[in-house]
Ligand binder design. Structure first.
Ligand code: HEC
Ligand code: HEC
Length: 388
């Protein structure tokens, strides 16, 4: 049944073409673009003083900027020429539709396993690894590819304030409490020190800054100044002097992303929303989608534990990585999901209900209780999720 998700590789060229076409849209921010109110969708997370507001506005323009080849844009093997081309639904900085999916390749012996990386890694984009063969090479040896949906950047500055200890305190790898959930933190070696991965579908990146560096090289093909943490390339083979990303511009973009407000609740006054919220807790969705974690600046209402879980069936095929085996994904934060359809790492779920129905394995007990709900209760649950 799952086979429908493994599109023939010949369709890949078609997907790339679709992405290229949508990525060609132009900049949407200029000096007159209003700044949304504090706490609103796409607005700053708090009152900024005048100097901070200027930096935030500059950072938004960097995020929106269409990079040129003469500035270091990696060609021909980049995914887009700006961050905005993928992160803009429903506002700049937010998520992207299916047409902005990024594709990863691998080899898993036609489903028999074990999963293996191809020479050159999973992503055949210019900046990924210097020895990456062309997309055509990856295409001919891969027997599986996985789509990755573009998540929203809104609120990630707050997630950045959640300490490693707070994430680790929710781990339960041996399922001591017997609820079926075996959440584990993804540990990443940063210059010899293990840090908790909090960002990306497989929790593969520890900090927001690390992710912006990774995306700057991996998506847009830009080189960066060395910060000693190993994300993003420091040099490449084009004729533009490195680092291509001016450090001040990068600092502005980081400030903007770090101070993007988390998506506010929808505010639906229907009393069924509260009923749905209670059911979400009662049937155990909140065990993985923890409504709020502690950050250093206060509570972070993200609806995630930032841990890896396997909620997929045994015959699931997908990418494996050191520390995040096939089938394991980070519990996605649910704040803002009313605007980010389709759902799951590859966008296979068109509706919230489809996303719920895809939960198995570690979520089996919760799904048993979900199926026992009445039609009205299921509706209330969806109403609650649609208000996030
Ligand atoms: C081709 C589309 C595309 C472009 C262009 C793009 N991104 Fe992304 N972005 C993605 C996808 C897909 C992911 C999920 C990656 C994963 O985890 O596999 C992502 C993830 C992220 C995340 C982590 C989100 C989370 O919830 O953990 C951040 C931050 C981010 N991108 C910032 C940027 C920045 C900054 C740029 C520009 C330098 C950029 N992106 C350009 C598609 C894109
Ligand atoms: C064992 C932990 C766990 C439990 C319990 C759980 N989830 Fe999830 N949830 C996940 C993971 C992991 C994903 C991402 C899977 C993927 O992308 O392949 C996910 C994805 C989702 C998504 C899609 C989010 C997006 O942005 O794509 C929704 C909606 C969701 N869960 C709602 C629920 C509801 C409602 C319940 C209770 C019935 C529930 N979950 C129970 C771990 C869990």
């Amino acid at each position: 049944m799952k086979n429908q998700y493994f599109l023939p590789l010949s369709l890949f060229a078609f997907l790339v073409l679709g992405l290229t076409i949508t990525a060609l849209n132009a900049e949407i921010i200029d000096d007159d673009t209003p700044v949304p109110p504090v706490g609103a969708l796409g607005g700053p997370d708090r009152e900024l003083d005048p100097a901070e507001l200027e930096q935030w506005i500059r950072g938004r323009r960097v995020f929106d900027r269409d990079w040129r080849q003469s500035e270091g844009l990696g060609t021909p093997d980049i995914n887009a020429d700006s961050c905005r081309s993928c992160h803009q639904k429903p506002v700049i900085g937010a998520a992207g539709g299916l047409d902005t999916n990024v594709t990863r390749f691998g080899f898993d012996n036609f489903g028999a396993g074990p999963f293996e990386d191809l020479p050159g890694g999973q992503v055949a984009s210019k900046g990924r690894r210097p020895d990456t063969p062309g997309r055509e090479d990856a295409d001919s040896t891969a027997d599986i590819f996985e789509q990755r949906q573009t998540p929203s950047v809104l609120g990630l500055g707050l997630i950045d304030t959640i300490s490693d200890l707070e994430v680790l305190s929710h781990e339960d790898p041996n399922d001591i409490d017997g609820n079926g959930c075996r959440g584990v933190a993804r540990m990443i070696d940063i210059a010899g020190v293990m840090e908790v991965g909090k960002f990306g579908w497989k929790s593969q990146v520890p900090t927001l800054s690390d992710f912006l560096r990774d995306a700057s090289t991996g998506e847009v093909g830009l080189t960066l100044v060395d910060d000693g943490r190993g994300f993003g390339l420091l040099s490449d083979s084009d004729s533009v002097p490195d680092p291509e990303f001016p450090p001040d511009d990068f600092a502005d973009m980081l400030f903007y992303c770090a101070h993007l407000a988390y998506p506010p609740r929808g505010g639906n006054p229907d009393p069924q929303v509260a009923v749905g919220e209670q059911l979400f807790d009662e049937i155990g969705c909140s065990i993985c989608h923890i409504p709020s974690m502690e950050g250093t600046d206060g509570p972070v209402p993200l609806y995630s534990d930032l841990l890896l879980h396997d909620i997929h069936p045994d015959d699931f095929r997908g990418m494996g990585e050191d520390g995040a085996a096939v089938g394991f994904y980070r519990t996605p934060p649910l704040w803002g999901i009313r605007d980010t359809a389709p759902y799951l790492h590859d966008g296979r779920a068109t509706t919230l209900e489809d996303a719920i129905l895809a939960h198995e394995d570690e979520a089996s007990i919760m799904m048993r209780d979900y199926f026992a709900l009445t039609a009205e209760e299921k509706e209330a649950l969806i109403l609650f999720l649609s208000d996030l």
